[in-house]
Each structure stands twice: as structure tokens, then as C-alpha cells.
Design a protein around this ligand. Structure first.
Ligand code: IVH
Length: 677
């Protein structure tokens, strides 16, 4: 029997309701919790479907539908402020045809007048609105839901690339009261550093630079924000009227006013030039030090922009061209548990191989048992995975709608899957560990870490060799490497004598690595590369580090109590003490050699520096390292021999002395600037 039209109508109403609830849930996950379960593409598809249904049935459209507003909810903790001009979003396009259709719409709207565009990078961070009054930064707001954002002024002030005062030139004088919009982001380098520090402190790592930037801007403690090294690219300036005839002139103004404006941009006479820019930048994408997710194309003429106007959601004069997703959906073939060098058990999903951002991906990390439970991922599930930068892909969410019922739940192992040893999971920790001292998997991972590039740099010691060395028990701890003979290696590798000799040469050469590398190579829990450097510099030798008390360790700037305890415990373990002794006996260099810091440039060759006051982006140790790596020296007091005094905030008597003696005083930016030019 055909369905009555009222029946059909109520089915559609139900579909619309379900879609709305689903979209709202994903918006909350994305905007409020920073933990999306679906990809942007999937979200856009849900939104498109809802728009289509509402367009076909306008009587079912309600004012609270997600299609009627711009974005998500601002999170709690900061004062909410209404944006004087709403912060709209952008329409997305995913292919060249979409771009051509956008161009056609623009040319139609312009009634045959030529339309030129500005193409710029779509930085993957979070947008900020900065208010300047009398050329002074007075307020910084997040986008929030587009109408109301959060007042994050204190945090915004910590971002080095945001001028607190607009630079004074003729044009700026006329534009005292402006709103500048742009994207706050974390460079890949700053992101990696942040995650390294978090790993050392056993804190959860950020999934990608965008989440890290969003999390950082919403930090309640501005000091923490400063340490995160956020940066900012400005992309728009607003005043009561459009102050510039073209968008590219607005960008030039922003640059002159002291903002960082992304240099990768192009004024394009037509859409073909835009497309060429999109393709060229896609090839460049991985070489940039920050993440982008596409290109933003904007009509250059501001008069045309005003004529075209906006929809409720987005301007008609701009479009985002999204690069192919770094996310994909694939099947989990199995879940296995890997054992790391500290015994940490990490569940890993073996995936049906899938092409993702140019590489075939067949594994993704599941982090720990809690994460598996949170995701409820099972063998046989289809999952959304994401790859960002060089990081190993991770599972974002399960596509529950594709479940058949045959999926198998993951049961955490009761014993180490490699050695069968006991597992422990201390109260409050997310990670379970194998506690067996002689676990072959731990030894292999320790060996690989010891030999890795940033540790003892033993080239040629890879997976296969480490596996053979440990399973044959030829190597029972890392010091056994230094006992290997040519015959041992040839027998293992079943390879030519030449490659065996090369390996032994590499092992021999590793004896002369610096102390920071050795300390890092030992694989002490919580001691990453940076901490290893701090410890090596502070104690000067392996022996002094071995005998350091928790109090002495704790007293070292930047070493917290967790790290101090961990280092102390490691060096007080009898097995580890014997290992250090064996390394020494093998001839491994265990003293810190200050003079041997190889300069990476000679910019400061022979120059003497004195540091004073509080530096804003560098710690004292980092500033010292920077100077030494570039051939300079740091002294503790100012004298006639001093070439430069680097003065930070609240510099005191040393600055007075420098002025008295006529020593050149520079600030931190100049110090860093010297290295760039
Ligand atoms: S223009 C009217 N330009 O993309 C919209 N946005 O998807 C003004 N974004 O919320 C945005 N780089 O956070 C513009 N060069 C750029 C951008 C950019 C990144 C972000 C921005 C915006 C989102 C829209």
C-alpha cells in the first residue's frame, strides 16, 4: 500500500530530527571537547544532507537547527564576548570543478566585470579576533560560535608574532581602531617539542598541532601559554568600512603594521592561476613548518566583496579548497600489543592497507587500554584513521553503523605477550607495563633506542639485526654491543664481511658520543632528549649523575620531582649500575665536554655574551645553547670584554653596568634575528 503523504512527512521530520541531534553531538565533540569522532568530510556530508532536506521542506526548518548558526559552543572558563562583526566560516570545496563553479558564480555576480582573486594558505589552527584601539591591542577573542567568543586577551598577549602596538606609519595612523583576524597555530617544531615535554612528564600527548594550539589558547594560566610558543598569521583587517580597495593591499598593510602574514600567497588574474597555486602548494605542503589543510580563495576587490555579501554562514566572495583528507576509513584486521623499551604495553591496530596522504598505512596506534575502551574498537571494526605530519597514524573513531555483530572485543593480556612475564599497572597510570627484567621485547626496543640517530647513532643497527642479537642472546644488554667480534656479526647477519665491518666501525665510533646523547640513550623513563641535555650539563659526568640524590636532581632548574625520582631510581638499580660500569670499561665516553659543543654556525664566533633579566621565549639554558652552538660564549658578569648584553624583562644591575661601559645591549628578538639573517 503506498504511504500517505502525512506518513511520508512524519518520516522526513524524524530524519531531520535525527540528523540535527547527530550534528549537534559532533559539533560539541569538535568545538567543546576537541575530540572529534568523525572526519570533516563526514561532518560536511551530514550538514549537506540536512540542508537538502530543509531546502526541500522549508516548513520543517526551525531557528535552532544547526544549519541556522555558524559553529559550536564556546567552552567555559573565559568571559564570553559578543563579536562586533560575526566571525563567519567558509564554504568548502574538494575538487577543481567546485573551484570552477565558485568562479562562475562570482563572475555572474559581478555582471561580467573581471574578477581577480587572492589565493592564500588555509592554516590549520584556530582563528582569533584581535581588537586594537588607538593602535594598541586591547582584546583578543576566540571565534567561539561565530557570534560570541571567549576573551583570551591575557593569552593572546603571550604570542610573540602578535604586535601589542601597531607599527607607526602613515597608513596605520589613519587606522587606529581596527579588528585583525588570523590564525593562531603551533609550528611542527613547537608541537613536537611540546609533546616531547609532555611525554617526559607522562602527560597525554596532543594528537595534532591544531588541537595543541586550541588547547593552549584556552589554557587558564598565561605563563603556560607563553611556554607553548604559539604563533599567528594575520589574514584580514576590519574597520567600520572596508579600508582598502583590494584584499592584497589589506595584507600588505598588516605586514607593515607588524603582523606576520603568510608569504605563500598569490594575486591571481583568473581561476586557472588559482588552480595552479593550489597544485603548487600541495606539493610544498609537507615542507612547511606548520600544517595547512587547504587554500583559501578570496575575491581581491573589496568593492566586489561588499556587493556579493554573505549568507548566514559564509561570505559569497571566498571559498576554502580543501586538500585530500589525511583521514581514511579502513578495517581492523587484528589488535596486537607491542612492548616498548620501558616495558610499556601499547596496543596497535593492524589495518587493511589503505592509501592515506600518499602513503600506504597498515597500522595505527591505539595508545592504551583506556583508549580502546573509550573508542570501543574491536577486531573487524571499520575505523576512521588520521595521519598528521610524521606521526604514526591514530584511530579516531569506529564506524558503528558498519558493524555486523561478528566483531571481536579486545581482551587486555594478563601477561607480557612476548616474554610471558608479569604485568603491572600502577594506580592512576594509563599504561600497563611488563615488569620482567629479561623481557626480550624490552631489550630489543632498548637496543634500537640506544642505537638510534638522536642517541648513540649506530647506523646499520636496525629492526632485523636487533631481533637476531636479542633472540640469540648474543646481546643481553646494550653494553654487550661493545664486545661483538667480526665473527659474531658475520654469523648473525649472514652477510658480507664488509657490512659486518661497517657495523663494528659504527659501534666503535659511538663510544665518542657526547654525554647528553649517552644519557638519552640509556632510556631512563621520563628522560627525553631535552632532559638528558639538562642533566648532562648540570652534573657533568655519568658518575656524578649516578650518585646524585633526589634533592640534588630536584634542584636542577626544569627538572621536576617525577623526573628526579625516576632518574634516581634508575641509577640506584644494581643492574643499571653494573651496566654503567660495563659501558665505562668498554671505553664509552662518560664526561661532559663543554668545549666540544660543535658550533652549527660561526655567527657569534669569539663573541662574549652576558644574559640578564627574564627572557620571554627562551629559557636561560636555551639561550646559552643557542649562543654556544653559534660559536659564542656566555659569561656571568659584565666587563669590558663583554660584546653583547642580552636584556630581558626586569633586567637590573647588569644592564646598568653595560650602559656604563658602553656595551651593546640587545633584546632576545635581535639575538634570534641574528641567526636568521
Ligand atoms: S578567511 C569569512 N583565511 O578557516 C571567513 N580563514 O574554515 C574568513 N583559516 O574560521 C576566513 N587560514 O579559522 C581565512 N588564510 C585564511 C585562513 C582561514 C585558516 C580558517 C579560519 C576560519 C576557517 C574557515
Amino acid at each position: 500500500m503506498p504511504k500517505s503523504s502525512t506518513e511520508q512527512q512524519s518520516n522526513i521530520a524524524r530524519d531531520i530530527e535525527t540528523l540535527r541531534a547527530e550534528i549537534l553531538r559532533h559539533e560539541a565533540l569538535y568545538y567543546v571537547h576537541d575530540a572529534p569522532e568523525i572526519t570533516d568530510v563526514e561532518y560536511d556530508a551530514l550538514m549537506r544532507r540536512l540542508c537538502e532536506l530543509e531546502d526541500a521542506h522549508p516548513e520543517l526548518r526551525t531557528s535552532d537547527s544547526p544549519t541556522q548558526r555558524v559553529g559550536g559552543q564556546p567552552s567555559e572558563g573565559f568571559a564570553e564576548v559578543t563579536h562586533p562583526r560575526p566571525m563567519l566560516s567558509l564554504d568548502n570545496s574538494y575538487n577543481i570543478e567546485d573551484l570552477r563553479a565558485f568562479d562562475e558564480r562570482c563572475r555572474k555576480l559581478s555582471d561580467g566585470r573581471a574578477v581577480s582573486y587572492v589565493a592564500e594558505l588555509k592554516i590549520d589552527g584556530l582563528s582569533l579576533s584581535l581588537h586594537y584601539e588607538n593602535a594598541t591591542l586591547v582584546r583578543g577573542l576566540t571565534r567561539g560560535d561565530g557570534r560570541r567568543g571567549e576573551d583570551v586577551t591575557a593569552n593572546v598577549r603571550t604570542i610573540q608574532t602578535i604586535p601589542l602596538r601597531l607599527k607607526n606609519d602613515k597608513e596605520t595612523d589613519a587606522l587606529h581602531d581596527i579588528e585583525v583576524r588570523g590564525e593562531a597555530y603551533l609550528s611542527r617544531k613547537a608541537f613536537e617539542r611540546l609533546n616531547l615535554e609532555r611525554e617526559e612528564k607522562d602527560e597525554a600527548k596532543f594528537a595534532n598541532p591544531r588541537n595543541a594550539a586550541a588547547g593552549s589558547v584556552r589554557q587558564l594560566d598565561a605563563k603556560v601559554v607563553r611556554s607553548r610558543r604559539l604563533a599567528f598569521f594575520a589574514y584580514d583587517v576590519l574597520a567600520n568600512r572596508k579600508p582598502f580597495a583590494t584584499h592584497h593591499a589589506a595584507l600588505e598593510f598588516l605586514e607593515a603594521a607588524g603582523f606576520q602574514v603568510n608569504p605563500h600567497r598569490a594575486v591571481c588574474a583568473n581561476i586557472d592561476e588559482v588552480i595552479a597555486f593550489c597544485n603548487a602548494m600541495e606539493a610544498e605542503r609537507d615542507r612547511l613548518d606548520y600544517e595547512i589543510d587547504g587554500i583559501v580563495v578570496k575575491v581581491d576587490s573589496t568593492a566586489l566583496q561588499e556587493e556579493f555579501g554573505t549568507t548566514a554562514k559564509a561570505p559569497r566572495w571566498a571559498i576554502a579548497y580543501k586538500y585530500p583528507a589525511r583521514q581514511a576509513t579502513t578495517r581492523v584486521n587484528s589488535i596486537v600489543v607491542q612492548v616498548g623499551r620501558t616495558g610499556a604495553l601499547t596496543p596497535v591496530a593492524n589495518l587493511e592497507p589503505v592509501l592515506l596522504a600518499g602513503t600506504i598505512v597498515s597500522r595505527a596506534t591505539l595508545h592504551n587500554e583506556d583508549e580502546i575502551r573509550r573508542l570501543d574498537v574491536r577486531t573487524g571494526d571499520y575505523v576512521n584513521i588520521e595521519k598528521s605530519g610524521e606521526i604514526i597514524p591514530k584511530v579516531l573513531s569506529v564506524v558503528t553503523s558498519r558493524r555486523t555483530g561478528a566483531e571481536v572485543e579486545f581482551i587486555p593480556p594478563a601477561h607480557c605477550p612476548v616474554c610471558g612475564g608479569d604485568i603491572s599497572r600502577p594506580e592512576g597510570e594509563a599504561v600497563s607495563r611488563c615488569v620482567a627484567a629479561d623481557c626480550a621485547a624490552q631489550l630489543k626496543a632498548r637496543l634500537l633506542h640506544f642505537a638510534s640517530r638522536r642517541a648513540m647513532r649506530i647506523e646499520g643497527l636496525g629492526e632485523a639485526l636487533a631481533e637476531q642479537m636479542t633472540t640469540t642472546k648474543l646481546v643481553c644488554d646494550v653494553s654487550d654491543l661493545y664486545k661483538l667480534t667480526l665473527a659474531d656479526v658475520i654469523a648473525l647477519e649472514r652477510k658480507a664481511e664488509k657490512s659486518a665491518t661497517n657495523l663494528l666501525t659504527q659501534i666503535e665510533a659511538s663510544k665518542t658520543r657526547e654525554l647528553p646523547q649517552l644519557v638519552f640513550a640509556l632510556g631512563v623513563r621520563h628522560v627525553g632528549e631535552r632532559t638528558a641535555g639538562i642533566l648532562a650539563r648540570a652534573f657533568g659526568s655519568l658518575t656524578r649523575l649516578e650518585t646524585a640524590t633526589v634533592g640534588q636532581l630536584d634542584d636542577v632548574p626544569e627538572i621536576g620531582s617525577v623526573v628526579a625520582q625516576s632518574v634516581h631510581d634508575w641509577f640506584h638499580d644494581a643492574g643499571n649500575q653494573a651496566l654503567c660500569q660495563r659501558l665505562r670499561e668498554a671505553g664509552v665516553q662518560t664526561e661532559y665536554r663543554t668545549s666540544s659543543t660543535t658550533p652549527t654556525s660561526a655567527t657569534f664566533a669569539g663573541k662574549q655574551f652576558v644574559l640578564t633579566g627574564k627572557l620571554s621565549t627562551l629559557t636561560r639554558d636555551e639561550a646559552r645553547a643557542l649562543i654556544e652552538q653559534n660559536g659564542g660564549r656566555v659569561a656571568s658578569s659584565v666587563s669590558k670584554k663583554t660584546d653583547y648584553v642580552v636584556a630581558g624583562e626586569d633586567a637590573g644591575s647588569k644592564l646598568d653596568k653595560a650602559n656604563e661601559l658602553g656595551v651593546t645591549v640587545i633584546d632576545e628578538a635581535t639575538l634570534k634575528g641574528e641567526l636568521i639573517h
